[in-house]
Design a protein around this ligand. Structure first.
Ligand code: ZN
Length: 513
């Protein structure tokens, strides 16, 4: 009542005051603070969280914390979920022992071969073998074309032929992708021969106890990674050697027709399987006039757990992203409570299972809570709390972010995010990892990629890798909350624009799938 009077009497004064009034998005961005980010992260990366390994106690505790925050903020759990949790089941396989034999020669687990249980580990395995080249399926180089793969165990090389075209390089999938090629073609299992360095680099990740999602629509597919020696022994049973096979594959994608029939293959697996539960934690803020369209903001709250009694706290990976999602959720909730509810709905989602193969986000896009065609974009935050060696000691140390994927599907999204940065944040946007040819392939390595595969425009925010990456030393006291706050506010302004602008970003490119 009082205000009304004032307006009548001092209208000109009020008008000039209104012009000076802060852009509301700035007002709510400022609720994202280093203090609050630190508070969340101190909890999430505490030793008590036991490294937040998917399916284990620490992950469930972290999930409960996130749920509690979403409840406190007044976000709702979408009706189709089990109160803030999108549950999915996984199977834990523990390899007690495993042996593979070719003829008279026996090979043992980890020394000669390993598997990421994420593919499923069988107690029994038998069948004919087929040589599948590199397992590459692309327009101008296809190893699987015309190959009889049905019910066979495919033997392949990691890597690619020496002369690779740009188009092929783009289409070369990682190891998991090649496994999927063979699975789709009806194979029973895949054995991939690794170069020495790759084998020794990856064997520590072959956890004795690993997880695979189980749902009606996802079948397990065992994949074994063989040492060079074991690979050579296997090819030797068909009187072939990797060197000559690779020479042939450089000339033609058609794999040599190797005869493994005389080989005596034996497989003994003592594997224990147990069912475990995991979840993506979701907090939903309904929009106004465009509420059927949904913006998703993601980070993964799982990490790699404990190894040999050491806790991998995962403060940067991805406690930093998880804390940021919580702060973004708070900023948008406060805005909604103060008359600035976004036009589009926003789903804040911290996923699990990222570290074991982007499992939670894959589960989401296969079982979306909101129709994917109404999902306008995904903003994904994974590791924004540190400075990588390239920026250490430079002028931009405290003011940069790697931006990946913004232009891959939508020119609109890219242009908008640059404009938003220029207007509100002025952070140095570094696109080096957005390059198709970048060997790190970060674009394919975090949860946004599952959305991009479904043609949903994405932006991935990242401050780079560092010496503590996937080490017990990725701890909270090394996090740079000042820079993290700036990046979180940039994500906020971008999300604000996405949620409120008239048109959703148009998908006008194909390069990101
Ligand atoms: Zn991560």
């Amino acid at each position: 009542m009082k205000k009304y009077l004032v307006i009548l009497l001092f209208l000109p004064a009020i008008l000039s005051y209104a012009q000076e009034e802060k852009d509301p998005s700035v007002q709510f961005a400022e609720t994202i603070t280093a203090h609050d980010l630190r508070a969340h992260l101190m909890f999430l990366s505490d030793d008590l969280m036991e490294g937040r390994n998917t399916g284990e106690r620490g992950q469930h505790m972290a999930g409960l914390y996130i749920e509690t925050q979403f409840r406190r903020l007044g976000l709702t759990g979408p009706e189709t979920t089990d109160y803030y949790h999108q549950q999915f089941k996984m199977a834990r396989s523990e390899v007690k022992s495993m042996e593979i034999g070719f003829g008279k020669k026996d090979f043992s687990y980890k020394k000669d071969f390993f598997s990421f249980g994420a593919h499923g580990l069988p107690a029994r395995l038998s069948g004919d073998f087929v040589f599948g080249g590199y397992g590459i399926v692309s327009e101008d180089y296809n190893n699987l074309e015309g190959l009889d793969i049905q019910d066979k165990i495919a033997v392949v090389f990691a890597g690619s032929p020496k002369e690779e075209s740009d188009n092929m390089r783009k289409r070369i999938s990682g190891w998991f992708g090649r496994a999927k090629n063979f699975q789709a073609a009806g194979a029973k299992a895949m054995m991939m021969i690794l170069p020495k360095d790759a084998y020794s680099r990856m064997v520590p990740y072959a956890s004795r106890s690993s997880l695979v999602t189980i749902s009606a629509d996802s079948k397990t597919f065992p994949v074994f990674y063989l040492s060079e020696e074991m690979g050579e022994a296997l090819l030797g049973t068909a009187k072939a050697s990797s060197e000559e096979l690779k020479d042939q594959l450089a000339v033609s994608p058609k794999p040599a027709d190797l005869d493994f029939k005389k080989m005596k293959f034996s497989y003994k697996g003592d594997v224990e399987n147990e069912e475990v539960n995991s979840s993506n934690v979701v907090g939903y803020l309904e929009g106004t006039d465009k509420k059927d369209e949904v913006l998703i903001i993601t980070a993964h709250y799982d990490h790699v757990g404990m190894r040999k009694g050491e806790i991998y706290n995962g403060a940067d990976d991805d406690g930093s992203g998880t804390s940021t999602v919580l702060e973004l959720a708070e900023a948008f909730s406060l805005a909604a409570q103060n008359g600035y509810r976004p036009r589009r709905s926003i789903l804040f989602m911290t996923v699990s299972g990222e570290e074991i193969g982007l499992v939670g986000s894959e589960f989401y896009v296969e079982h979306p809570i909101f129709p994917l065609e109404n999902t306008i974009a995904d903003l994904n935050i994974d590791m924004i709390g540190r400075t990588d060696p390239d920026y250490e000691g430079t002028a931009d140390e405290g003011n940069y972010v790697y931006v990946i994927g913004a232009d891959k599907l939508s020119s609109d999204l890219h242009a908008m995010h640059e404009a938003v940065n220029a207007k509100y944040a002025n952070i140095k946007l570094d696109y080096r990892y957005n390059d198709e040819k970048d060997p790190n392939r970060y674009y394919y390595r975090s949860d946004h990629y599952n959305f991009a595969k479904k043609n949903i425009p994405i932006i991935f925010y990242f401050t780079g890798s560092h010496a503590d990456y996937h080490k017990p030393t990725d701890t909270v006291e090394k996090i740079e909350f000042g820079k993290m706050t700036k990046i979180a506010r940039l994500v906020f302004h971008t999300a604000w624009e996405l949620a409120n602008q008239e048109e959703r970003p148009k998908v006008d490119k194909e390069t990101g799938k």
